[in-house]
Design a binder for this molecule. Structure first.
Ligand SMILES: CC(C)(COP(=O)(O)OP(=O)(O)OC[C@H]1O[C@@H](n2cnc3c(N)ncnc32)[C@H](O)[C@@H]1OP(=O)(O)O)[C@@H](O)C(=O)NCCC(=O)NCCS
Length: 221
């Protein structure tokens, strides 16, 4: 199988025009978008492997139906300029009953020549709005070195509540991962926080180790 072109204009010899975020349409991807979704996902995994749990090698080996299934089982938003998919961000709710009030933002990626135009911001805002109707807390995990991504999440209201040292290992190198969360139900958290044994909702969950990994569903990027 041939490797895909990375970080180059979509059409050879043609430079992509500068991106204006107001020209971008954000919409949920469906199984009909599986082809472009697969393409951008593979670019992301090859271009920025440390930002994702998954690997280029594991996903390039998957048939298109695997990407269709993923789009059917998880909500993925796409940023389009006309028909061109410039960026993606996913949301999934925890499966277990006890964790179903929490969701994850995962698989965030914007093509390099579409960055610094607000596309990432619009994708995260779309995920937050979607999550707001469904869960009380939205979480994410971001590689500590990804300062741009951390700034973007912080600007939109995510708080850092922990760090997992050596969370990922690739090519003999370890990567720390920062855990971030946004409370989407302040009234509930206020009630929790008022209990004497819970000084901080974030701290409480963090110390119990309950944000990620419980019941086998970890952050999936
Ligand atoms: C992190 C990432 C998604 C951000 O995407 P993006 O589309 O560039 O995000 P935005 O444009 O909303 O914001 C990025 C920067 O551009 C700036 N910006 C936004 N609109 C702008 C505009 N019109 N003019 C100038 N600057 C602008 C923002 O202020 C921000 O600045 P900062 O980095 O100094 O804080 C992207 O860099 C990426 O895909 N990185 C690799 C994958 C990755 O790390 N994913 C995260 C996994 S958890």
């Amino acid at each position: 199988m041939t490797r895909i072109e990375l970080d180059r204009p979509l059409f050879l010899g043609q430079q992509r025009e500068s991106v204006n975020a107001t020209d971008i349409e954000i919409r949920p991807l469906t199984s009909a978008d599986a082809g472009p979704y697969r393409d951008i996902r593979l670019v992301a995994l090859e271009n920025k492997p440390e930002a994702f749990d998954s690997t280029f090698e594991s996903e390039i080996a998957q048939p298109l139906t695997w990407f269709c299934d993923r789009l059917n089982s998880s909500q993925v938003f796409g940023a389009f300029r006309s028909t061109e998919l410039l960026g993606i961000a996913g949301f999934v709710r925890h499966e277990s009953d006890k964790a179903a009030h929490k969701g994850l933002l995962w698989g965030m990626y914007v093509r390099p020549d579409a960055r610094k135009a607000g596309v990432g911001r619009r994708l995260v805002e779309a995920v937050i709005e979607f999550a707001r109707q469904r869960v009380e807390v939205i979480q994410l995990a971001v590689v500590a070195d990804s300062t741009r991504a951390r700034r973007l999440y912080a600007r939109l209201g995510f708080l850092e509540y922990g760090i997992e040292r050596n969370s990922l290992k690739q090519g003999g190198r370890y990567y720390d991962v920062v855990l971030m969360a946004m409370d989407l139900a302040p009234h509930l958290c206020a009630a929790h926080a008022s209990r004497s044994e819970r000084r901080s909702v974030f701290g409480d969950y963090g110390s119990s180790g309950g944000w990620f990994g419980a019941e086998g569903q970890s952050h999936r990027s």
